[in-house]
Design a protein around this ligand. Structure first.
Ligand code: NDP
Length: 462
C-alpha cells in the first residue's frame, strides 16, 4: 500500500493509477481495478546492513536494499543504485516503474530495484570493491539472486566497474558462474551495445515520436536537442543524436550545466566519458580537457539546463528523478520544445507532465503537434531490453554481433512505441480527436494490462 511517508513511490503510484482511471479501461473491464491493490505491494523487500572497511581500516556502515516487486512475467529485473539519497521510497518508485517498463519490452522479465545509500564519489577502487563484496554477500548468501530468480543491473553510481566487483563477489560466495547480473564485461558474458542501450533506445523512441507526428516528413536532422545529465544515459543519447544529424545544446551534472549554441561535440563527450569514471565534475572537466579549450562551452554553476537552452525542438532529461519542474516545463514550451522523452526514471514532476499533456490535448491539428511527452517507463526501456538480450545470450552461451543487438533494440523500441499508441487509442476517453495519443496513458495501459493478465492466470488476483 502507499504510505504518505514514501513521496517518490506515492508519485509513481498516483501517476499510474490516475492515467488508468482517466481512460475507458475500468469501464470496459472492471476486473482490472482489483489488480491495483495487489500489484502496488512488493512481493518481497530485503533490507540489510552493509559493513565494509575503508582504506584507513575503519568500519563503515551503509543500508542495503533489494525490492523484489513483481515476478508475474519473469525473474525480477532492475538496477542497483548507489547514491547517498537512496531510501526505500525511491527504490519502491523505481521498482514499481520497472514492472510496467519490463512488460512493455515484450520480454519475460519481472520488476525489481535495489541499491544502497553508499556514495562511490571520493572512494578508492579498493573501497568500492570492498563495499561491493559486502553488499553482494547479503544477497548471494541469502539466496535472493539467480539467473531465474533475480538479475540486477547498473543504475546511478553502478557502472561497469561496480558490476564487475558485484559479479566477482557473487561467483565467489556461491561457487556458481551464471548470468546473475547484466552490464557485464564483454569478455565475461556481457552483451555488445549494453552500455549504449538506454541512450540509443531513448533516441530511437524519440525518432518514432518525430516521424509519427510529422507523418514521416521529419527526423533528427537539424533538431536542437537539450539533454541533462552527463552519465551513461546522457552520453550515449548525445552521441546518437549527433550521429543522426541533431545538435546537442546542453548536458549537466549534479553541480551545474554546460550549454553550447553551436553544439556539444563528440570530442567533448569522449572527454566527459573518460573523466566521469574518475568522478570529475563538468566544471573541472571543461578546464582540464583540451576538447573544451579548442571548442569552448558555457558553464552555469548550480543550474539545470532547461531555462538556459534557448530555442529547442527536443528535451531528453537523463540525470535523475523530478529534474523538470512545472516552471521549467513551461520554459521549455516557450522555447519551442515539441518532443520530450525521459532517459531518467520519472524525470518530470507531475506538474511538468501536466504542462506537457495540457499542451498535447490543446493541439489544434495533428499535423502541427504542440508538445508530445514520452514517459521514461517507455522511452528509457532500451537498457533493460538489452539486459534481457544479455540474459538470452548467457542462456545460449553465445555472443550476438553489434548489428544483431542494435537491430533488435531498435525493432523492439519501435514495437513498444506502437503498443503505447495502440492502447492509448483503444482506451481513449479524450474528446479532441485532432490531438496525438497520450504516450503516458498508452505506456501505463499496455504495461499494466500485460502484468495484470499474467497475475490473473497465476491466481495472484481473482
Ligand atoms: P550515471 O550515474 O551514469 O549518471 C547520472 C548523471 O546524473 C550524472 O551526470 C550525475 O551527476 C547526474 N545526477 C545524479 N543525481 C543527480 C541529482 N540528484 N541532481 C542532478 N544531477 C544528478 O547514471 P545513469 O546515466 O545510468 O542514469 C541516469 C538516469 O537514467 C537515472 O534516472 C536512471 O535511473 C535512468 N536509467 C538508467 C538506465 C541505465 O541503463 N543506466 C536504464 C534506465 C533508466 P554527477 O556526475 O555529478 O554525479
Amino acid at each position: 500500500m502507499v504510505k504518505p511517508s514514501e513521496p517518490e513511490f506515492e508519485q509513481a503510484y498516483n501517476e499510474l493509477v490516475s492515467t488508468l482511471k482517466d481512460s475507458t479501461l475500468f469501464q470496459k473491464h472492471p476486473k482490472y481495478q482489483k489488480v491495483i491493490d495487489v500489484v502496488s505491494v512488493p512481493e518481497r523487500i530485503v533490507q540489510f546492513r552493509v559493513a565494509w572497511e575503508n582504506d584507513k581500516g575503519e568500519i563503515q556502515i551503509n543500508n542495503g536494499f533489494r525490492v523484489q516487486f513483481n515476478s508475474a512475467l519473469g525473474p525480477y529485473k532492475g538496477g542497483l543504485r548507489l547514491h547517498p539519497s537512496v531510501n526505500l521510497s525511491i527504490l519502491k518508485f523505481l521498482g514499481f516503474e520497472q514492472i510496467f517498463k519490463n512488460a512493455l519490452t515484450g520480454l519475460n522479465i519481472g520488476g525489481g530495484k535495489g541499491g544502497s545509500d553508499f556514495d562511490p564519489k571520493g572512494k578508492s577502487d579498493n573501497e568500492i570493491r570492498r563495499f561491493c563484496y559486502a553488499f553482494m554477500k547479503e544477497l548471494a548468501v541469502g539466496g535472493f539472486l539467480g539467473e531465474n530468480r533475480d538479475v540486477p543491473a547498473g543504475d546511478i553510481g553502478t557502472g561497469a566497474r561496480e558490476v564487475g566487483f558485484l559479479f566477482g563477489a557473487y561467483k565467489s560466495y556461491t561457487k556458481s558462474w551464471e548470468g546473475v547480473l547484466t552490464g557485464k564485461g564483454l569478455t565475461w558474458g556481457g552483451s555488445l551495445i549494453r552500455p549504449e542501450a538506454t541512450g540509443y533506445g531513448l533516441v530511437y523512441y524519440t525518432e518514432q515520436q518525430i516521424k509519427y507526428a510529422t507523418k514521416g516528413k521529419e527526423d533528427f536532422t537539424g533538431k536542437r536537442v537539450a539533454i541533462s545529465g552527463s552519465g551513461n544515459v546522457a552520453q550515449y543519447a548525445a552521441l546518437k543524436v549527433i550521429e543522426l544529424g541533431g545538435t546537442v545544446v546542453s548536458l549537466s551534472d549534479s553541480k551545474g550545466a554546460i550549454i553550447s549554441e553551436t553544439g556539444i561535440t563528440k570530442e567533448h563527450i569522449f572527454s566527459i566519458q573518460e573523466a566521469k569514471i574518475k568522478f570529475k565534475s563538468l566544471k573541472d572537466i571543461i578546464n582540464e580537457y583540451s576538447a573544451f579549450s579548442s571548442s569552448p562551452v558555457k558553464y552555469i554553476d548550480g543550474a539545470r539546463p532547461w531555462i538556459h537552452v534557448g530555442q529547442v525542438d527536443v528535451a531528453l532529461p537523463s540525470a535523475t528523478q523530478n529534474e523538470i519542474s512545472g516552471e521549467e516545463a513551461k520554459a521549455l514550451v516557450a522555447a519551442g520544445v515539441k518532443y520530450v522523452a525521459e532517459g531518467s526514471n520519472m524525470g518530470s514532476t507531475q506538474e511538468a507532465i501536466d504542462v506537457f499533456e495540457g499542451e498535447r490535448v490543446a493541439t489544434k491539428s495533428a499535423s502541427s503537434p504542440a508538445v508530445w511527452y514520452g514517459p521514461g517507463k517507455a522511452s528509457n526501456a532500451g537498457g533493460v531490453l538489452v539486459s534481457a538480450l544479455e540474459m538470452a545470450q548467457n542462456s545460449q552461451r553465445l555472443t550476438w554481433t553489434t548489428e544483431q543487438v542494435d537491430d533488435e533494440l531498435k525493432k523492439r523500441m519501435i514495437e513498444l512505441f506502437n503498443q503505447s499508441i495502440k492502447f492509448a487509442t483503444e482506451y481513449s476517453n479524450e474528446t479532441n480527436k485532432e490531438s496525438l495519443p497520450s504516450l503516458v496513458k498508452g505506456a501505463n495501459l499496455a504495461g499494466f494490462v500485460k502484468v495484470a493478465d499474467a497475475m490473473f492466470d497465476h491466481g495472484d488476483v481473482y
